[in-house]
Ligand binder design. Structure first.
Ligand code: DLL
Length: 432
C-alpha cells in the first residue's frame, strides 16, 4: 500500500516547490490558451499571451476568474478537455443563481484523491484506521473526496454520507470508527447525540477531519473535548476539485496548501493588488495540474492569511489560516463590517454552544442585528430574570467585539434546527 505521506513532496525545499510551480504553470497556461476559448479571450483583452508567463513571478499578469465567470460560462465554457475525456462532475451546494459545475478527468480524480489522502495521513490516518465519511455524497465534493482519499491510504472506509444520526452512531460504535469526516456543525451535533445516548464509552474515535464551513478555535476545542479526539481542519472548494486543497497537520496552526498542485496568492479584494506574505486578504488559486477544469487565478472570496513560518511537522508547503469569513459573507450592518465568525467566537467564549442563528433585518430604514443562541446546558435556567441577565452579558460582549448593538435571544436547548451538512447560520432578511 503506498504511503500518502510523501516526504519528497511535502517537505521539499522552497526552491524545489518553485521549480515545480514554474514548470507546471507555463504548461497549464498553454493548455488553457489552447483549449479554453473563454479564458483565452480574457487574456487577449488584457494583452497577455502564454509567452508572457515564464514563471510564478509573472502570475500577476493573468486575469482573474470569478464566480460570475463560472456562471457566464455555465455549463461547459471553462472545460479544458473534451467531454469524452471527462469522467465525473461535482457541483456546489450554492442556493442562488446557477450552480457551479466542475469537471474531472480520471487524472484529475487521482490527484484530488491524493490530496485527500495526504490530509488523512496528516491527521494520523493509516491503513489500520476505520474512517467514517459523514460528508454528503453525490454532487457535493465532501463525501467523494474523503472517500477516495481514505481508499488511497488503505483505511476501512464507511461511506455513510450525512444524516441519519442514529445509523451514524450505530456504525460508529459497532464498527469502531477511529476517524470521523464531516462538517464541524454535524460533528458537534453527533457529539451532542452521543452524550444523550450515553455512548461516550463506546466511541473509539481518535481524530476528526472537519471542514466545508467556517468554525472557530472555540468550536474546535468543544468538539475535541466532547468527542475525546483531535480535530483537524480541511479546506477546499468545488472549483479547485473539492476538499484537500489544504489540510492541517499535528501543529494545528493553519492548513498546508498542496503547492505542487495549487499556487496561492492573497489579494486586496477591493483593488485586486497582490499583497505580501502575512497580509490579510482574499485567497486566489491557480490550479497547475488539473486538466478538465483548469482555473487560473480563481478568486475564492475567502479571507485569510498565508504564512511560510517553519512548521514543527516538517512540511514546507505554505499554510493558510482558517478563513476569517468570506468577502461576500461579510455583513455590513449600520455601515460596520461584521463577520459571522466574530459572533461565533463571542458565543463560544461565553460558554454557549455553537447552535446559533444571526438574523439581519431593516426596520424603518435602519439595520437590525439579532443573535439567537441556545441556552448552555450548564447555565440552564427557567427563571426569566436569570435569562435576561445572561442576555445582557452577551449583548455587552458582542458590543465589545463588533462595536454595534446586537439584540440577543437565548432560546431553549435544541430549538434551533440542526444541520447535517453545512449549517445555515445567517438569515439576512434585507435580501429577501
Ligand atoms: O465545501 C469542499 C469541502 C468539502 C471542503 C469537505 C472541506 C471538506 P464548496 O461547497 O464548493 O466546497 O464550498 C467551498 O466552503 O470557499 C469556503 O468558503 C468554505 N470552506 C471550505 N472549507 C472550509 C474550512 C467544499 N475548512 C467554500 N473553513 C469555500 C472555512 C471553508 N470555510
Amino acid at each position: 500500500m503506498p504511503n500518502y505521506y510523501q516526504p519528497e513532496i511535502e517537505t521539499a525545499s522552497r526552491e524545489q516547490i518553485l521549480a515545480w510551480q514554474n514548470e507546471r504553470l507555463v504548461k497549464q497556461v498553454q493548455h488553457v490558451w489552447d483549449n479554453v476559448p473563454y479564458y483565452r479571450q480574457k487574456m487577449e483583452e488584457k494583452g497577455v499571451t502564454p509567452a508572457d508567463i515564464q514563471s510564478v513571478a509573472d502570475l500577476h499578469k493573468l486575469p482573474f476568474l470569478t464566480k460570475a465567470d463560472l456562471r457566464d460560462a455555465y455549463p461547459y465554457g471553462l472545460m479544458g478537455k473534451p467531454k469524452s475525456e471527462c469522467v465525473r462532475i461535482q457541483s456546489t451546494s450554492g442556493t442562488t443563481g446557477r450552480r457551479v459545475v466542475a469537471f474531472y478527468t480520471q487524472h484529475d480524480i487521482d490527484l484530488w484523491e491524493d490530496c485527500c489522502a495526504r490530509a488523512i495521513m496528516a491527521a494520523g490516518g493509516t491503513k489500520d484506521d476505520v474512517v467514517q465519511v459523514a460528508y454528503g455524497y453525490g454532487l457535493f465534493t465532501g463525501g467523494p473526496g474523503l472517500n477516495g482519499g481514505s481508499h488511497k491510504v488503505g483505511c476501512l472506509t464507511l461511506p455513510m454520507s450525512s444524516g441519519n444520526t442514529e445509523r451514524q452512531l450505530q456504525f460508529m460504535t459497532d464498527l469502531e470508527a477511529t476517524i470521523l469526516c464531516c462538517t464541524p456543525s454535524y460533528a458537534a451535533y453527533l457529539a451532542e447525540s452521543i452524550q444523550e445516548a450515553g455512548l461516550r464509552d463506546r466511541i473509539k474515535l481518535k481524530a476528526g477531519i472537519f471542514g466545508a464551513e467556517a468554525w472557530s478555535e472555540e468550536m474546535r476545542h468543544d468538539i475535541e473535548q466532547n468527542l475525546g479526539i483531535k480535530a483537524y481542519d480541511i479546506y477546499g472548494l468545488t472549483e479547485t476539485s473539492g476538499p484537500g486543497v489544504a489540510y492541517e497537520c499535528s501543529e494545528q496552526t493553519g492548513m498546508h496548501i498542496n503547492e505542487d498542485h495549487f499556487i496561492a496568492e492573497i489579494i486586496d479584494p477591493e483593488t485586486g493588488e497582490v499583497l505580501p506574505e502575512g497580509s490579510k486578504g482574499e485567497l486566489v488559486f491557480t490550479s497547475i495540474t488539473k486538466e478538465a477544469f483548469p482555473l487560473l487565478r480563481y478568486r475564492t472570496r475567502d479571507i485569510c492569511v498565508l504564512t511560510r513560518k517553519p512548521c514543527s511537522c516538517g512540511r514546507t508547503h505554505v499554510k493558510m489560516s482558517k478563513p476569517m469569513g468570506r468577502s461576500d459573507d461579510m455583513l455590513i450592518i449600520k455601515g460596520v463590517n461584521v463577520f459571522p465568525s466574530q459572533i461565533e467566537t463571542v458565543l463560544l467564549e461565553q460558554g454557549y454552544p455553537a447552535n446559533y442563528q444571526i438574523i439581519v433585518d431593516r426596520v424603518n430604514h435602519s439595520d437590525t442585528l439579532e443573535v439567537m443562541v441556545e441556552m448552555a446546558p450548564d447555565k440552564f435556567s427557567d427563571s426569566l430574570a436569570e435569562i435576561a441577565e445572561q442576555e445582557k452579558k452577551l449583548v455587552a460582549a458582542l458590543k465589545t467585539m463588533l462595536g454595534i448593538y446586537a439584540k440577543v435571544r437565548i432560546v431553549s436547548p435544541k430549538s434551533i434546527t440542526r444541520s447535517e451538512g453545512k449549517a445555515v447560520r445567517i438569515i439576512d432578511k434585507r435580501k429577501i
